[in-house]
Design a protein around this ligand. Structure first.
Ligand code: GLC
Length: 435
């Protein structure tokens, strides 16, 4: 019977719940055609049509230090890169396959250079690892829900030995957990149909991981995907439960609580356009102004946001993404205190924005100004030590204006005569509470 160790769990998630903001990097062979990381499945592409990308993978501009610095510039606390995606291509020098970056013209162990570069920037480092593998001959082909050859009877599975595939996959996890130093996060992806939990030999897999990387954080996708919460949510943790829930391209309307009502650790994984992998025809980039507000929303609901970049085949992060990261970083430089190590407040969400909290400090995120003084619903004057704008520290007086004299029970902040907020995206008012 698996015994869930609450104390060890709380210790494991500590840095994660402080960081609040991370970078996801989806990069691999699929970055060459630039039609997203599911291109083989979506186009039912035979292996023979995919191999030219392997033969031409030069990644001439690969510069993980530049990636890590872009993450740091944006105020991110951790970076997670795909070590192996569903196509089965390994960005690390696995001894269990020839389908790896060190056998391409690029010729390098990208994972090793990545983890070293991220650590050198003082950030936490994670690896994404696909449980699914469309390259391996023992992985189900015909009739699988997603395999590129799922509709071709020639790829029937009578000679496939799934246990042999699992030995391979577990062996690669052992490699990744043994040869790349301390990993802070392993982002497995994903459970589907009958392939969940023990179908992946989940207990053995997590035991291997926890033995080799004792403090590493593991996501919930050995059990589920972006759909489903996992066994921790049901308060019946399996040995392969995830440490955090992974809503995808979505923010849970009220955060996530387990069936007993306890807040859960969760991370919304978000693309900048609509693709994880490089896709130059996808111009639907979310503006920084939106992503800043979504980051605040995640934190105000007790979660993290990991924001994705999809470098091109040469290793260049798209300029649109770099611009967005720069703009987010400028806001984070001035307001990161209202994100890092923050969480939900017991106060209700104000109609003009959101509230995050860290101990005796409330951060009132003002997305739009009010007419007249700003109401701080649920707060009493005697609770408040001081008010100030987080950016620049200007003290903000409690309003004594007559315009709200009919509402003596509500506390109002006087933001001054200028109706234009200092930060058009999110002006943060810091409220220091007494006691
Ligand atoms: C989904 C996608 C996968 C992506 C992952 C990131 O599982 O299928 O391509 O890597 O989400 O969260």
């Amino acid at each position: 019977m698996y015994h869930f160790e609450e104390e060890a769990y709380r210790k494991r998630v500590g840095w994660f719940c402080k960081a609040r903001f991370g970078m996801f990097i989806h990069w691999g062979l699929y970055s060459i055609p630039g039609r997203g990381e599911w291109v083989r499945s979506n186009e039912e592409m035979p292996e023979g049509e995919y191999l030219p990308f392997f033969e031409n993978f030069t990644a001439k501009d690969f510069d993980p230090t530049a990636w890590a610095r872009a993450a740091k510039r944006a105020g991110m606390g951790y970076v997670v890169m795909t070590a192996k995606h569903h196509d089965g291509f390994c960005l690390f020098d696995s001894q269990l396959t020839d389908f790896k970056s060190t056998n391409t013209p690029f010729g390098r162990d990208a994972v090793r250079e990545f983890v070293e570069a991220v650590r050198a920037e003082g950030l936490k480092v994670g690896l994404y690892f696909s449980l699914i593998d469309w390259h391996h001959s023992d992985y189900p082909h015909y009739g699988d829900r997603y395999h590129p050859m799922r509709n071709d009877p020639k790829f029937e599975n009578s000679q496939r030995n799934f246990d042999r595939y699992l030995d391979y996959m577990h062996g690669q996890i052992r490699e990744v957990c043994s040869h790349y130093g301390k990993l802070d996060l392993l982002w497995f992806d994903f459970g589907y149909d009958h392939l969940r939990g023990e179908a992946w030999r989940g207990t053995e897999l997590v035991n291997t991981v926890r033995t080799l990387q004792p403090g590493v954080l593991i996501d919930n996708r050995i059990e589920v995907s972006g759909e489903g919460f996992g066994s921790l949510y049901r308060c019946e943790p399996t040995p392969y439960h995830g440490d955090f829930v992974t809503p995808e391209k979505f923010i849970p309307p009220q955060g996530i609580r387990d069936v007993e009502g306890k807040p859960m650790v969760w991370e919304s994984c978000v693309t900048m356009n609509n693709n994880w992998g490089y896709c130059p025809t996808d111009h639907n980039f979310k503006p920084a102004s939106l992503l800043i507000k979504k980051l605040v929303e995640c934190v105000s609901k007790g979660g993290n946001m990991i924001l994705n970049v999809g470098p091109d085949g040469d290793g260049n992060i798209p300029w649109e993404s770099l611009e967005i990261l720069e703009q987010i970083g400028t806001w984070m430089d001035k307001n990161g205190e209202s994100i890092r190590a923050c969480g939900p407040s017991s106060l209700e969400k104000p109609e003009y924005g959101r509230i995050t909290q860290k101990g005796k400090r409330l951060y009132v995120h003002i997305f739009e100004n009010t007419l007249g003084p700003l109401p701080l619903m649920g707060l009493k004057k005697e609770q408040v030590e001081s008010l100030r704008l987080l950016d620049g520290g200007r003290a903000v007086p409690i309003s004594t204006s007559w315009v709200h004299s009919d509402y003596p029970e509500i506390l109002f902040a006087d933001l001054g005569a200028d109706p234009v907020l200092p930060d058009a995206v999110d002006t943060v008012l810091e409220v220091s509470l007494k006691g």
